[in-house]
Design a protein around this ligand. Structure first.
Ligand code: SF4
Length: 439
């Protein structure tokens, strides 16, 4: 059973008089367990829906969907599938006390992997899950592999029950399910020969493994440092050499690199990033792979709007995490040339997780407030849109509107700078809604 949270006007849901609180029971006699069932089973033009209204009355609707009319039904959020692993580098263990409750949940949910690109380990799949992944064609999935040697993978996941990943991926491949994969590189465990084995095994699965990224492990000051450490510069260097070997082979065989190092891996290795064309469709940019080149591409695409003189001599502060701090000057140089504005990069240390958490998306609102509250010299501040959730809350529960009301300049949430600078300043209210770009 799933429950309706909201119904859009001018939708099929409204025409059926579904209301918030309505329980959706079955479609064509099949029980509805979650949003996947709802979306896939109601995709047909005709179906029979059984629902229980908030009054308790049960109704069976013989639905014929008029062409182009959306269902318009928002469901209550799904119960997140919990993770069965206990990785030493787990992000959840790295969370200090006092944050949003959701941040203490270890999720490992293939449904969110398909829908939002969250990485899942596939270690908690039941036969029923396997069937629906195939039936609903949940492809591509995003899979955390880490290592293909079963012993090493089980050690990394701290899960002696974790199934062998390669047979699992082959099973999916044979049924038309493709995957993007990642290896979180833990030095001394799955780098070196293990990384070579992992990439060799993944490549051998064939084209159903669409890509693999190698991401250096990210730790916080609360992580289990006695058990896991950050890679050294030389270890990152060596990992990128392995990545390059496999990418060169893939370019020859498949016409695309297939194997990518995360931007952070280049940063920690002190090596330049590949050009934008290397990343194709930037399919792992949300995973920090090609993110810098993606931004540069977006900015170039907005060149006409950015060159419109709206920003000449304006002072614009760019909030970011310390990871992007050293990479942003290349991007800001492009922005400066196009807009004639003066940009200042404010690369903030993460006061919530500790300085080793460097990504902009995890910045707490308090750190942003502290950086901006006395900056009367700025005409505008750009804040990473990915650092707030759908309710516009930062990691520490500060509301974006609260931040905007406490700083002396307009604040704009931005994914890629171009989204925030295409419109001139005077046309905005207090622009705290993310304005497009990545979603
Ligand atoms: S797979 Fe590992 S890192 Fe991910 S949530 Fe589970 S324990 Fe944490």
């Amino acid at each position: 059973m799933i429950r309706v949270q909201a119904v859009a006007l001018d939708s099929l849901g409204a025409a059926l008089q579904l209301t918030p609180g309505t329980e959706l029971l079955t479609v064509n006699g099949r029980d509805l367990e979650d949003f996947l069932d709802w979306e896939f089973l109601t995709a047909d033009d005709q179906f029979v829906l059984k629902a229980r209204l908030p009054s308790g009355e049960e109704i069976e609707y013989d639905v014929e969907r008029p062409e182009g009319l959306p269902m318009g039904v928002t469901l209550e959020p799904p119960r997140i599938r919990r993770c069965a692993n206990h990785c030493d580098f787990c992000f959840v263990d790295g969370n200090p006390e006092g944050m949003r409750q959701a941040l203490y949940i270890r999720d490992d949910d293939y449904r969110l992997s398909f829908r939002y690109g969250n990485f899942a380990t596939l270690t908690n799949l039941k036969p029923w899950d396997l069937e629906r992944i195939v039936e609903y064609r949940l492809s591509p999935l995003y899979v955390s592999v880490h290592a293909t040697d079963p012993v090493v993978r089980r050690w990394l996941l701290r899960n002696p029950e974790a199934p062998d990943i390669i047979p699992q991926l082959r099973w999916f491949a044979e049924r038309g399910i493709a995957v993007h994969t990642q290896v979180v590189m833990v030095p001394g465990i799955n780098d070196g020969p293990q990384l070579v084995r992992t990439l060799t095994d993944l490549y051998a699965v064939g084209p159903a493994v669409l890509s693999v990224s190698v991401v250096p492990v990210a730790l916080t000051e609360f992580s289990k440092h006695a058990l896991v450490r950050q890679p050294t510069r030389d270890e990152c260097h060596a990992a990128l050499a392995t990545v390059d070997d496999f990418a060169a082979r893939a370019v020859t065989d498949r016409g695309m690199p297939w194997c990518y190092g995360a931007d952070d891996l280049y940063l920690q290795a002190d090596l330049p990033l590949p050009p934008a064309a290397w990343y194709g469709d930037f399919e792992q940019r949300e995973n920090g792979v090609g993110a810098v080149r993606y931004l540069q591409t977006r900015i170039e695409g907005a060149r006409t709007a950015l060159e419109s003189e709206n920003w000449r001599d304006k002072r614009i502060g760019i909030i970011t995490g310390t990871a992007m701090g050293p990479l942003l000057p290349q991007i800001v140089a492009d922005l400066t040339r196009m807009t004639a504005a003066h940009f200042e990069i404010l690369a903030l240390e993460n006061t919530l997780f500790g300085p080793s958490v460097t990504t902009a998306g995890l910045l707490p609102g308090k750190a942003v407030l502290a950086a901006l509250q006395d900056r009367r010299d700025l005409d505008l501040a750009l804040v990473p849109a990915e650092s707030v959730n759908d309710d516009l809350l930062f990691m520490d529960d500060m509301a974006a509107h609260d931040l905007a009301s406490r700083v002396p300049m307009p604040v704009r949430l931005s994914y890629d700078f171009a989204d925030a600078l295409e419109e001139k300043l005077e046309s905005w209210n207090v622009g705290m809604q993310p304005s497009g770009g990545q979603s």
